[in-house]
Ligand binder design. Structure first.
Ligand code: MN
Length: 204
């Protein structure tokens, strides 16, 4: 049994003009596919892990054998991180979060703008390759964080519900070195309804 590349839940050009179709096609079909293939390769012969979900494997990554741990952190992380990333974006999205997610952001950060500023700073200042996150901590409180490479907050006991890929492959074709412009445009793609569902699932 092997993990499969999840289908993109919308067309390559659905996030235009904020994220261009060519970037989406390469990012999903090439980069995410490669993480998927290498995740499966790392798990070959690991019968004890065969029945676990990808998420559960990343949660327990510190307990894995030395021989495969880093390969799973890199490629299993790449697999689950991108899966979440596609899910929390969509066409005709963006704007202000409503419902539970909107209320919890206000409780945790004061205002939506304060949250936006904190998340943007986390994404902008992540040196090199990595991700910015909105995640629930062990106490069920929302936190903004960033991680390097393909490290996932799942491995630190957090449940991520929103994420932004700030690897250069996520934006270079359209934005070249202008990571801040990519981040500013990305806010227009957030599917807050889906984030709200993920929040409710994480809390239940
Ligand atoms: Mn990526």
């Amino acid at each position: 049994m092997a993990f499969e590349l999840p289908a993109l839940p919308y067309a390559y050009d659905a996030l235009e003009p904020h994220i261009d179709a060519r970037t989406m096609e390469f990012h999903h079909d090439k980069h995410h596919q490669t993480y998927t293939n290498n995740f499966n390769k790392a798990l070959e012969g690991q019968t004890a892990l065969a029945k676990m979900t990808a998420t559960d494997i990343i949660k327990k990554v510190t307990t894995l054998p030395d021989s495969i741990r880093q390969a799973v952190i890199n490629n299993g992380g790449g697999y689950v991180n991108h899966t979440l990333f596609w899910e929390i974006m969509g066409p005709n999205c963006g704007g202000m979060p409503r419902g539970t997610i909107g209320d919890m952001i206000n409780t945790a950060f004061g205002t939506f703008d304060a949250f936006k500023e904190k998340f943007t700073t986390a994404a902008t200042t992540r040196f090199g390759s990595g991700w910015a996150w909105l995640a629930l901590n062990r106490n069920g409180k929302l936190e903004v964080m960033s991680t390097g490479n393909q490290d996932s907050p799942l491995s630190q006991g957090y449940t991520p519900i929103l994420t932004l890929d700030v690897w250069e492959h996520a934006y270079y074709l359209k934005y070249q070195n202008r990571r801040p412009d990519y981040i500013a445009a990305w806010w227009n793609t957030i599917n807050w309804r889906r984030v709200d569902e993920l929040l409710k699932a994480a809390k239940s």
